[in-house]
Design a protein around this ligand. Structure first.
Ligand code: NAD
Length: 311
């Protein structure tokens, strides 16, 4: 496994990171015992960055990850989030964030986080994130419960504006840098790179579209994008290659992203994805894939408040 430095945090993170949302059954019911084995397999294969949130499975993912990490906490860089608690349940108030981290620490069976992130900030006012949430998280950091803090979301301009307004250590972007959509570098990467902010890229399989298992029923992408993803999976199958491997290799090749987070509730997925990390994508197949999806490239979807949308 290759390790990269997460901006100025200095954390050395594995280029493939473990995404914890499927542990909360977000992609369908996951077998908890298999999930635990997947976490252990990830650690054994050198994956050291683990991402979760109270929102995933409405605390279930944190509880399961905490159990799986018992006795291995010190082998990993552990990140969780605050502010999002349900599909439409957001609370970035200082009091809730303070309660949130204590609840997360208890579920994760630890007394500190490595990274503490404000989750999906586009759903509330920019002012509250800048003036209340981040200052509270900085205070929590000073108190020793979190080593570094940051923000996550889909809307890249908002992530940049907030990071411009108030220093953050880490930004997590999802579904903005993979085979189907790659506008991360137009809107966010130059700023975070210039300021040494750690950049995490989540959902390299576009939340399942670029895998043989396909997207979950709630996936917000258009039917055209889903069809394009399916066509990529079929093309790769015809070439005897897994689409997930090609998608991961595309993401790993990003020059500034430190870790790419993939949701991996099964041991076999961890093994496949970790193996993909040591192989470079076939250039000819990659060109074919990119040509196939070109008519559907760079199509995102609205999330959050109207004033926080990218376009
Ligand atoms: P993803 O693109 O990683 O896709 C996950 C899906 O792909 C799951 O259904 C998984 O079972 C499947 N999969 C993974 N490897 C596979 C393989 N080798 N073969 C077949 N199927 C495979 O999407 P994701 O899980 O949403 O993103 C990764 C992680 O990033 C999340 O788990 C979460 O931790 C984080 N994330 C954070 C935010 C945020 O903070 N706002 C948003 C999205 C994701």
């Amino acid at each position: 496994m290759e390790y990269r430095t997460l901006g100025r945090t200095g954390l050395e993170v594995s280029k493939l990171g473990y995404g914890g949302s499927p542990l909360g059954d977000e992609f369908g019911a996951a077998d908890p015992a298999e999930g635990e084995r997947a976490v252990h397999c990830a650690i054994d294969l050198g994956i050291n960055y683990f991402d979760v949130a109270p929102y995933y499975g409405r605390t279930l993912a944190e509880t399961r990850l905490g159990a799986a990490l018992q006795g291995r906490r010190d082998n990993v860089i552990l990140a969780t989030k605050c502010g999002r608690y349900d599909v439409n349940g957001f609370d970035f108030s200082a009091a809730r964030i303070r309660r949130s981290i204590d609840e997360s620490l208890a579920r994760l069976r630890t007394d500190y986080l490595d990274v503490f992130l404000a989750h999906d900030i586009e759903f509330v006012s920019e002012k509250q994130i800048v003036e209340e949430a981040i200052p509270t998280m900085r205070a929590i950091q000073r108190e020793g419960k979190a080593r570094f803090i940051g923000i996550t979301g889909l809307q890249l301009n908002l992530l940049r504006r907030v990071a411009e307004a108030v220093p953050v250590d880490v930004v997590l972007s999802y579904c903005r840098y993979n085979l189907l959509i790659a506008d991360l570098d137009d809107l966010l990467t130059p700023f975070v790179k210039e300021h040494g902010i750690g950049l995490i890229n989540a959902s390299p399989l576009h939340m399942g579209i670029l895998s043989a298992s396909g997207p979950p029923p709630w996936h917000p992408a258009s039917s055209g994008v889903k069809k394009a993803g399916r066509a990529v999976v079929e093309l790769c199958e015809r070439r005897g290659v897994r689409a997930s491997d090609v998608a991961l290799q595309f993401a790993f090749a990003h020059p500034y992203v430190s870790t790419t987070l993939a949701g991996m509730p099964a041991v076999e997925q961890v093994r496949q994805n970790a193996a993909a990390a040591s192989i470079v994508a076939d250039e000819t197949l990659l060109a074919e894939v990119l040509a196939l999806i070109a008519p559907f490239k760079n199509r995102s979807w609205p999330t959050g408040l109207p004033e926080n949308q990218d376009a």
